[in-house]
Design a protein around this ligand. Structure first.
Ligand code: 6PG
Length: 253
């Protein structure tokens, strides 16, 4: 495991451009080395931040990107809760990611079949890997410590074989979702959490500094061979006592 880097910015306005720099630098490295860039996306506030920052780049070229979802809500794509639907309107419709490079769930399937179908799609894209090795996964964390659709004390946290798992009792609505499992998340070359706002301060401290009781799902994200970044703002970092990085503007990760 590479060292975990906790990088703190005054606000999301300063964090955003550095997130875009991280994405483009890992994309460039992946495309140079392997001819494509595999990226896993999450929902929540990341959708608008990432879309805004990527579209602010002078000439984003996403023609060699393959994009999947770290988790997805089982709702039709035109439902406002659909993570794919949000990315489509905010980002995919405005950049040149080929349609064949966007790995969507089939939202018309029942949840178990949907997870199997999405597993097949990932296996096609990563035929040589037991667990898909994404170049970069972008994750969020809920105030309960969940990440992807991996919720505290849920049996899915112990999954060791599946690539994608169905969940039909998500404590956060909508209840039916599919999610990457921890073995996939921890196989990535680089994982970056983006977490902002004061509501995250108590849980961020317990995730990064430890707690009594079972580790939160977000704390179980420890890539085996990959990099791990926590990109946070001052309000989210308010309770931390560990050493953090505070880069100036224009920082490169
Ligand atoms: O599927 C979901 O319900 C959301 O995508 C969720 O998992 C989100 O990623 C976190 O709650 C962090 O969200 P924020 O970054 O908006 O706080």
């Amino acid at each position: 495991m590479a060292a975990r880097r906790v990088v703190v910015f005054p606000s999301s306005a300063e964090l955003g451009p550095v997130l875009a720099q991280l994405v483009t630098s890992r994309a460039e490295k992946a495309i140079t080395g392997r001819g494509r860039f595999t990226l896993g996306l999450s929902g929540g506030s990341l959708v608008s931040m990432l879309s805004k920052e990527l579209l602010a780049l002078p000439d984003p070229d996403c023609s060699k990107w393959v994009v999947g979802f770290c988790d997805e809500r089982l709702v039709p794509f035109d439902d406002p809760e659909s993570t794919y639907g949000l990315y489509k309107s905010h980002l995919f419709s405005k950049v040149n990611i080929p349609d064949s490079g966007i790995l969507t769930i089939n939202s018309s399937l029942p949840v178990n079949e949907c997870a199997e179908d999405y597993t097949r799609k990932l296996k096609e894209v990563f035929p040589d890997d037991d667990f898909p090795v994404f170049d970069l996964l972008l994750l969020g964390m809920g105030p309960d410590g969940h990440t992807c659709s991996l919720f505290p004390e849920h049996p899915l946290l112990e999954e060791t074989e599946k690539i994608v798992a169905p969940i039909s009792d998500s404590p956060k609505p909508p209840p039916q979702r599919v999610t990457m499992t921890l073995p996939v998340v921890n196989s990535a070359r680089c994982v970056a959490f983006v977490s902002t706002g004061g509501s995250k301060a108590p849980v961020l401290k317990e995730v990064l500094e430890g707690r009594e009781g079972p580790a939160f799902p977000a704390a179980r994200v420890v890539p085996t061979n990959g990099e791990l970044f926590w990109l946070v703002d001052d309000p989210a970092a308010a309770s931390l006592t560990i050493q953090v990085e505070r880069p100036g503007s224009g920082a490169k990760l």
